[in-house]
Structure formats: structure tokens, C-alpha cells
Design a protein around this ligand. Structure first.
Ligand code: OGA
Ligand code: NI
Length: 364
């Protein structure tokens, strides 16, 4: 379906958006009401309609699964670094196993997020907010009023660094585990940043010293089962405006990555975490690492639960200027991008709403 163009339809659309937002109940609220058809604001269109861009059946490529060898002295660091380099360059995505975060913590994090999203309405609505200054908030579709269509997804957002929230700011349903998981994932993030630095031929602490992990955001997603999954999408195609992202997904599936113009499934691997490169690391690595488009299909089974941990500098926290790392440049490898602050970059991202090419405006 096309975006409504007549005034009457626009009024309808706006009314529906506002009613949905005012409900403070999110997509889960619609499902609880028993809707059998999705409201029109969720109708995906054009390139967001999954069936139009699905890969041919025989395209069964897997993104790499890398063993970080935390429990196995036989795994060589150089081999890991080589694999990380290849995967970050070719796919922009990989999964890690043997990463040092216990399975019980991963499971309890997914359970905690499920508990929060399945709390009674009266509990959840207290957290519903679009206030930029709030560190812990629940909402559905952060870009609800700006996007072409809404996505079939609710999210609890926690801004964990540079300044963590007070413990009592978290919902009780997931307070302890969110704080605990956040610490674990930060530790893994530091390890990955060392591997990524080495993969670029830099000293281990180079990227950390560039403050690539200064900010840490947890997006705790809940994708309810959808009565008409072919008409909408869980998360529309986007790249992450981060340095990198660590994603915990459950067993349901639906995450897809664009690879050579085909959408390939990131199949859930028990106990694994998904790592992907963001726009800012593509910028500073001068295209050595790729930030690739990904999306999440809507599904008639669910809920699907995922937790995306974004490492980035928050827009108001730093005036630091980022451009291609000087050590990586040479006469044969000139800078591809202009320098920017994360603030300016984020403003551009918001304007484009994560459309394909936030980086394009910086291209020299
Ligand atoms: C994101 C994202 C994927 C998922 O939050 O940016 O891509 O599986 N999430 O929820
Ligand atoms: Ni993403």
C-alpha cells in the first residue's frame, strides 16, 4: 500500500498514530486486544515488504560463527583476529561462541525482558515515554511520528553509559539482570574492541582510547506474534549508527542481513551472540569494516525477544571529531570520508531515519 496522500487519509493516519501512542500499551496492547488485522499504520510498503526482496530458496549462506576460545587455550589469537577481520569486512556481521558470558545470564536476560513486556498494563505504562533525557523508558517505535510506517515491535531502552541510571529507575521485572548483563556485555565489548583494533593492524587499545565504547545503550525488544506478518515488518531495513553492536536473540529467528543483494538469515545459535559493525566504525576504518543493512521479519509465532547493545558516543557527550584513522591511510589508501562529530552524525541519522546511507553525506 502507498503512503496516504490525500488530506483525509493523512488525518486518519495521524489519528491512528496518536491513538496508538496515547494507549501507552504498544504493539503488545493490540495483540492483547485480539486484533486479527494490523492497523494501517503498520502496513509496510515498497522495499520494506519482505516477500518482494526475499532471497532465492537455494541461497543458504551462513554468516561466520567465531569461537573466541575463552575456555580453550588451544585457540590462537591470531586465528581469531583473522576471522574477525574477514567477517567484519565481508559481512559486517558474525556470531561469537565461547565468549565468556554464562548461558544462564543470557537466558535470564531474555526472561527478564519478557517479564517486563508481559507485566500488567498499569505497571508498564508508567515507563512509557519519548523523553530524550530519560535513561530508562519503554515505548513502541522511537521514530513513530517520522517513519513511513510503524514496525511490529515494542522496546525497553536503557542508557547504561557513560552515566548509568540509578537502580530504582529500572523496572523490578528486569532490574537485577539488566545491570548484571550490561556489565558482562561491556566486558565482552572491550575484548571485541581489542580484536577489532588488532584486525586493523592497530595496537589493542587503539579503538577503546578513541572512546568507541563511551556510550552504551540497551534496546530490549519484544516482537509480539503478528496476525498478518506478510503485511508488516518487525524492524525495517537499517544500518546501526554505532561503532558496533552486540545482539542477544532468542530461538525464534527473523533477523536477516543484506549480503550481495540477498537477504540472508542470521540463524539463532544456542548460546551465541551476534556482533555487527555500525556506521561509525565503517567511517573510522575507512571502509575496512562494513556497516550492512539488516532487518527483522514479522512472524505469526512469538513473542521474539532480542537485546541489542549499542556501543557509541552519545550525541551530547563529546565534541570529539571522528574521521578515517590516520594510521590506516596512505597514498594508495586515501580517506574516503570527511570528519564529523557524533552529534552531527546522529543529527544526520535522525533526519534520514537510518535509511541506507547516513554515511553517504560524509563521502569525499
Ligand atoms: C537493532 C536491531 C535486531 C533484532 O535494534 O538495531 O537490528 O534482532 N535489532 O532485534
Ligand atoms: Ni540494528
Amino acid at each position: 500500500m502507498e503512503h496516504p496522500t490525500s488530506t483525509l487519509q493523512n488525518d486518519d493516519w495521524e489519528r491512528e498514530l496518536k491513538a496508538f501512542d496515547d494507549s501507552k500499551a504498544g504493539v503488545k496492547g493490540l495483540v492483547d486486544k485480539g486484533v486479527s488485522k494490523i492497523p494501517q499504520i503498520f502496513n509496510a510498503f515498497n522495499d520494506d515488504i519482505p516477500s518482494k526482496t526475499s532471497p532465492p530458496q537455494e541461497f543458504d549462506l551462513q554468516i561466520p560463527v567465531i569461537d573466541l576460545g575463552f575456555n580453550d587455550a588451544g585457540v590462537q589469537r591470531k586465528d581469531i583476529v583473522d576471522k574477525v577481520r574477514e567477517a567484519s569486512k565481508n559481512f559486517g556481521f558474525f556470531q561469537v561462541v565461547n565468549h565468556g558470558i554464562p548461558k544462564e545470564i543470557l537466558n535470564e536476560m531474555k526472561e527478564g525482558i519478557r517479564r517486563f513486556h508481559e507485566e500488567p498494563y498499569d505497571v508498564k505504562k508508567e515507563y512509557y515515554s519519548r523523553d530524550r533525557s530519560k535513561k530508562v523508558k519503554f515505548s513502541s517505535n522511537f521514530d513513530l511520528y517520522l517513519a513511513k510506517a510503524a514496525n511490529w515491535r515494542d522496546t525497553l531502552l536503557c542508557i547504561m553509559a557513560p552515566e548509568p541510571p540509578q537502580p530504582n529507575e529500572f523496572p523490578t521485572a528486569c532490574r537485577e539482570i539488566t545491570i548484571c548483563y550490561s556489565g558482562h556485555v561491556r566486558k565482552l565489548g572491550l575484548t571485541l574492541l581489542e580484536l577489532l583494533s588488532e584486525a586493523l593492524g592497530l595496537k589493542s587499545k587503539h579503538l577503546e582510547e578513541m572512546e568507541c565504547m563511551k556510550g552504551q545503550l540497551l534496546f530490549c525488544h519484544y516482537y509480539p506474534a503478528c496476525p498478518e506478518p506478510e503485511r508488516t515488518i518487525g524492524t525495517k531495513a537499517h544500518t546501526d549508527p554505532t561503532f558496533f553492536t552486540i545482539l542477544l536473540q532468542d530461538h525464534i529467528g527473523g533477523l536477516q542481513v543484506l549480503y550481495q543483494n540477498h537477504w540472508i538469515d542470521v540463524k539463532p545459535v544456542e548460546g551465541a551472540l551476534v556482533i555487527n559493525m555500525g556506521d561509525l566504525i565503517q567511517l573510522i576504518s575507512n571502509d575496512k569494516f562494513k556497516s550492512v543493512k539488516h532487518r527483522v521479519l514479522a512472524n505469526n509465532v512469538g513473542p521474539r525477544i532480542s537485546v541489542a547493545c549499542f556501543f557509541t558516543t552519545l550525541r551530547n557527550e563529546s565534541d570529539r571529531v571522528y574521521g578515517p584513522i590516520k594510521d590506516l591511510l596512505s597514498k594508495d589508501n586515501p580517506p574516503i570520508y570527511k570528519e564529523t562529530t557524533v552529534r552531527d552524525f546522529t543529527i544526520q541519522f535522525d533526519l534520514k531515519l537510518g535509511a541506507s546511507s547516513t554515511l553517504e553525506y560524509l563521502r569525499i
